[in-house]
Design a protein around this ligand. Structure first.
Ligand code: SF4
Ligand code: SF4
Length: 376
């Protein structure tokens, strides 16, 4: 296991952090995963108030295993609240559930809209209350997680109110690359959320993608893409059982720059996009927005890119059914809402036939309708 400085927090975090939203069956299940992670060198454990019993089970597991408090780092996340008093009460409860008198890191969970950001930083908002709680020693470092648009993340990162950021950024989603660069410039800790699941459901890759990533697995290639970037501090790793940690622990020492073989995989994946998508490739420039029907054109076409170029239909279906089902956690409407108004067409530098591509995407990845349980 390698360790990296978590930006200006100065915490020496393991390059994998154990996210504890999947091991919720019992204290024993949580303890087994925590023990396996700790034995494998993981020193950072992450939970959230919104993850059901996760905080309480993690607290009980740590007590049961008698993990030395000074050798581990604990983070929880709290949803933004309407008032400072509410979030303070939640923080007190989280500390009690975790059985600790301070947290190393606390993140505001989901600064997803400008409205959130405006309300939480008002003088009566929850940000001031958290800053007060930090002064009192209830936690040491304040960060935020986000599913928001890049412009919003940029603004929050630049606000100087947070010392770390929990971000979606993977091989197959590099839109936030400028945010990574800026956060690194500001010496913030950078924690990557869900690189395996949201990064492409890489634990169950389609045959086409397996072939394109050979001799690595798609999972390992994505890990290497992230681990080879020294600006990224740590990657979240969710596990229901200890064996779910194996692939990550096996690669946790490999933080060197991408090898020739790995660079060649990157080249093969790009080639697959060029060949399989031909003139239908969306370059993810986002210039087509806004759409009067609030269709999330770039994200739908990203899912189409992945489906057509790499055979990632199941992942496309998994994400596509989030539209109109997950509020601000996954904004925008589905492709079949297009009215052919044509507003987006002159803005697309690739001159894509967006309405037809949206209809095609809908056909390919609409799948079955299911409601989401929880995002992130
Ligand atoms: S053509 Fe369709 S996708 Fe484009 S702006 Fe109009 S409704 Fe939105
Ligand atoms: S403007 Fe065109 S290339 Fe850019 S994101 Fe929209 S559809 Fe894709």
């Amino acid at each position: 296991m390698q360790y990296r400085r978590f930006g200006k927090t100065e915490l020496p975090l393991s390059v994998f952090s154990l996210g504890t939203m999947r091991s919720l069956a019992s204290v024993e299940a949580m303890a087994a995963v925590v023990q396996a992670g700790f034995s494998g060198g993981i020193n950072h454990f992450e939970t959230a108030r919104a993850y059901g019993q996760s905080e309480a089970l993690l607290g009980q597991a740590i007590a049961q295993l008698q993990l030395p408090r000074e050798q581990i780092y604990l983070t929880t996340k709290l949803l933004p609240t309407a008032s400072g008093a509410d979030i303070r009460q939640q923080l007190d409860q989280s500390l009690e559930r975790l059985g600790v008198d301070y947290l190393d890191c606390l993140a505001l969970h989901g600064i997803n809209t400008s409205d959130h950001w405006q309300r939480l930083r008002s003088p009566q908002g929850c940000l001031a209350a958290l800053e007060q709680a930090r002064e009192e020693g209830l936690f040491r470092h304040l960060g935020f997680s986000t599913h928001g648009p890049r412009e919003l993340i940029w603004e929050v990162v630049n606000s100087d109110r947070f010392t770390f950021v929990n971000l979606h950024y993977y091989y197959f989603f590099q839109r936030h690359a400028p945010v990574i660069a800026r956060a690194a410039e500001l010496d913030m800790g950078i924690f990557i959320i869900s690189p395996v699941d949201k990064g492409g459901q890489l634990y169950t890759p389609p045959a086409e993608l397996v072939e394109q990533c050979a001799p690595l697995t798609p999972l390992d290639f994505n890990y290497r893409f992230l681990l080879s970037d020294p600006r990224i501090s740590t990657l979240s790793l969710g596990a229901a059982v200890p064996s779910d940690l194996e692939a990550a622990l096996a690669i946790a020492d490999q933080t060197a720059p991408l090898s020739k073989i790995e660079q060649n995989i990157d080249h093969k994946l790009n080639q697959a996009q060029t060949v399989n998508l031909a003139s239908d490739q969306c370059s993810q420039c986002y210039q087509c927005l806004p759409c009067p029907e609030a269709i999330n054109i770039p994200e739908i076409l990203r899912l189409r890119n992945m489906t057509v170029a790499h055979g990632m239909t199941e992942f496309g279906q998994y994400r596509y059914r989030m539209f109109e089902n997950a509020g601000h956690w996954f904004p925008g409407r589905r492709g079949d809402r297009c009215t052919d108004c044509g507003d987006c067409l002159p803005r697309c530098p690739e001159q894509l036939d967006i309405p037809n591509l949206l209809r095609d995407s809908h056909k390919r990845i609409k799948g079955q309708n299911r409601r989401r349980l929880w995002e992130d």
